[in-house]
Write a protein that binds this ligand. Structure first.
Ligand SMILES: [Zn+2]
Length: 233
């Protein structure tokens, strides 16, 4: 079987889809796992990307059928479940989240889905600290950036389980046990976290550069780590 080069889902992805929905039947854990906003935004992005293009006329019928998976009632029901969980900062088992990363990781447009989902979860994390973020706009640039970084650190820890550091002026982020690295062999899914961290930093600090995934558990390293480059206030 080719590696899914002609379709969004290859047949093994359908198997993955089934596996994912078997796993999701388990009850959520209160302490371990990932914040429900992680699988929520991945599925929201999947649905967004799979929405029929306006005007129709898609010449690839099989691909169109596969894309409808993201538009299915099953996905809609899961989005609703995660949305309710995320509203009360509920957690989802890592195995379930990893299965979702694995499912999306098999798509030819996985990078696009993960990047979009990362921006979504990043905006969501920033909304969680919105009131202070508005408040700090009145502060001088130096103080605003320092406080903004503290808020970014809180947002990244709460939603992404990421530790945000600065050494001494370049942002650095570490995730010890990211489900993306174990689920996607080449670490494609880590693009979700990179995109989310950049979104948070850009919204709350003067960070204006790029984040590079310098260490990854998918390559046998002990953690996933991102390093910023470019101007960062
Ligand atoms: Zn990684």
């Amino acid at each position: 079987m080719r590696s899914g080069a002609t379709g969004v889902f290859c047949s093994s992805s359908f198997t993955g889809f089934a596996s994912y929905f078997i796993i999701v039947s388990g009850p959520p854990s209160s302490r371990s796992g990932a914040h429900a906003a992680v699988p929520l935004t991945i599925l929201e992005s999947l649905r967004h990307v799979d929405a029929p293009a306006h005007g129709g006329g898609d010449e690839f019928n099989t691909e169109l059928a596969a894309r409808r998976l993201g538009m299915s009632d099953t996905v809609a029901a899961q989005i609703e479940r995660y949305r309710r969980l995320a509203a009360r900062s509920g957690r989802v088992e890592l195995e379930e989240v990893a299965a979702l990363f694995r499912l999306v990781g098999r798509r030819t447009d996985a990078g696009l889905v993960f990047a979009d989902a990362g921006r979504r979860v990043g905006r969501r994390a920033v909304r969680g600290v919105r009131a202070p973020a508005l408040l700090i706009r009145a502060l001088p640039a130096f103080a605003r950036n320092r406080l903004g970084f503290l808020l970014a650190r809180r947002a990244a820890a709460r939603i992404l389980d990421a530790r945000l550091l600065r050494d001494p002026s370049i942002p650095n982020a570490v995730i010890d046990d990211s489900p993306s690295a174990t689920a996607t062999p080449n670490g494609t899914g880590c693009g979700f976290y990179g995109s989310a961290l950049a979104e948070i930093l850009r919204a709350l600090t003067d960070f204006d550069g790029a984040l590079f995934h310098v260490r990854c558990r998918s390559r046998g390293e002990s953690t996933c780590e991102w390093q910023g480059s470019g101007r960062s206030g």
